[in-house]
Design a protein around this ligand. Structure first.
Ligand code: CDP
Length: 210
């Protein structure tokens, strides 16, 4: 079973996708971490983040064992990830890895921006998670500050608005719901309620519902 979870920045996709994967006992891939890792590696190599060939080289040699690096979670890395994510050569290099991951025997849950549209258009269930941008900024502010950042709410809100616009407007695999995705608005849902709603959607989409 393949489950695609897409949506804008800080919409809660990751937490939700992780819970869904545990519930169905299948593997989970945070595809945003791949783009974040490319951005990290470009900067570590001393190249500017908008250097297309440096980004393509980083994507081609990505080490999937480094995806839990805390450095990937910073604001700056999120911003840089959305810059390298615009480059077709970067997306092409990461596509194969993602499809292979999705193709494992028991299936997988993948979260990102283009899972339902490009990476796994054949997914058994597609969820597009949305939430008001002010609520997303509040959640990201809490998350980053718990990790010791002193970023203000306003600066985080501005980051999310800018990053979503870049992700929606790019030519290659833009952020958008697949035509057969189920919208899940979590503005007024806590994680437990969002998880329950997602499982209901998946059960219905895969014919597991009684
Ligand atoms: O956690 P958050 O929602 O802030 O971002 P993320 O999922 O870690 O993704 C970081 C950036 O990677 C996004 O802003 C996108 O530009 C890019 N990305 C993408 O283009 N395609 C994906 N499947 C996943 C992420």
């Amino acid at each position: 079973m393949i489950i695609a979870v897409d949506g804008p920045a800080a919409s809660g996709k990751g937490t939700l996708a992780r819970r869904i994967a545990a519930h169905f006992d299948i593997a989970y891939l945070d595809t945003g971490a791949l783009y974040r890792a490319v951005a990290r590696d470009v900067v570590a190599a001393g190249s500017p983040v908008d250097d297309v060939s440096a980004a393509a080289r980083a994507a081609a040699s990505i080490d999937a064992n480094t995806l839990d690096d805390p450095a990937l979670r910073t604001r700056g890395t999120g911003e840089a990830a959305s810059i390298v994510a615009q480059f077709p050569a970067v997306r092409a290099a990461l596509l194969e890895f993602q499809r292979k991951f999705a193709g494992q025997p028991r299936g997988a849950v993948l979260d990102g921006r283009d899972i339902g549209t490009i990476v796994c258009p054949q997914a058994d269930a597609k969820i597009y998670v949305i939430a008001a941008v002010e609520e997303r900024a509040k959640r990201r502010w809490k998350e980053l500050n718990a990790d010791g950042s002193d970023s203000t709410y306003d600066s985080i809100l501005a980051d999310l608005v800018k990053r979503d616009a870049r992700d929606r407007q790019r030519d290659e695999a833009p952020l958008k719901p697949a035509s057969d995705a189920h919208l899940l608005d979590t503005t007024n849902l806590d994680i437990e309620a969002a998880f329950k709603a997602a499982v209901e959607l998946i059960d219905a989409a895969t014919g597991r519902a009684n």
